[in-house]
Design a protein around this ligand. Structure first.
Ligand SMILES: CC(C)(COP(=O)(O)OP(=O)(O)OC[C@H]1O[C@@H](n2cnc3c(N)ncnc32)[C@H](O)[C@@H]1OP(=O)(O)O)[C@@H](O)C(=O)NCCC(=O)NCCS
Length: 167
């Protein structure tokens, strides 16, 4: 699989029309406020995880066009502290679609509210599963990869899925 085969559809079922990555991409901004920080004035990691979980839910549910649940979080590393008064921006994309599951990649950056250089503080991968009314896994539409970045993220997700299955 290389860039010459773009655009290409991966995963999903034939019964549903495939969707592009762009159709479900999401961005969220959040202000690190006094009730979110520890005694050093840094944003609690749990606040970031809650934001990641919610944005992954919106992104995956947009792609699947039905409710989704969080199946797993991959390892999350906090690369740099986020300070009170900084604006946190989260970017979410569906990287991979299986039959009923989707990997959503989230990139978190922070910058002073008055503007300035944005620092990459976290990246994490969340597996979301589409479910029916009884909470059983439900097939999702395929994912249309349109450019090299999306292809690279998909190929990374394939490797991570193999590692998860191994666990
Ligand atoms: C997620 C859940 C629906 C999966 O149900 P299940 O009966 O184990 O489903 P299956 O074994 O048939 O797997 C369904 C899909 O989920 C994936 N999956 C299941 N458990 C997973 C895990 N721990 N990590 C990553 N993917 C997982 C499978 O790989 C499969 O993907 P595919 O269809 O794309 O190949 C079920 O475990 C569940 O409801 N968990 C609780 C979810 C929850 O409460 N989350 C927190 C609040 S939203």
């Amino acid at each position: 699989m290389d860039k010459t085969s773009l655009p290409m559809t991966v995963g999903g079922t034939r019964e549903q029309k495939p969707r592009t990555v762009a159709a479900s991409q999401q961005t969220m901004t959040y202000l690190a406020a006094p009730n979110d920080v520890n005694l050093r004035g840094n944003l609690f990691g749990g606040v970031i995880l809650a934001l990641v979980d919610k944005l992954a839910y919106v992104c995956a549910t947009r792609h699947a066009d039905c409710p989704t649940v969080t199946a797993s979080f991959d390892q999350v590393d906090f690369r740099a502290p986020i300070e009170i008064g900084e604006v946190v921006t989260l970017h979410a994309s569906v990287n991979y679609v299986g039959r009923t599951s989707m990997e959503v990649g989230i990139r978190v950056v922070a910058e002073p509210v008055t503007g300035g250089e944005a620092r990459h503080t976290n990246s994490c991968y969340v597996t979301m599963v589409a479910v029916d009314e009884e909470g059983r896994p439900k097939p999702v539409p395929g994912l249309v990869l349109e450019d090299e970045v999306q292809l690279r993220r998909y190929q990374g997700a394939v490797k991570r899925r193999a590692v998860r299955k191994g666990r």
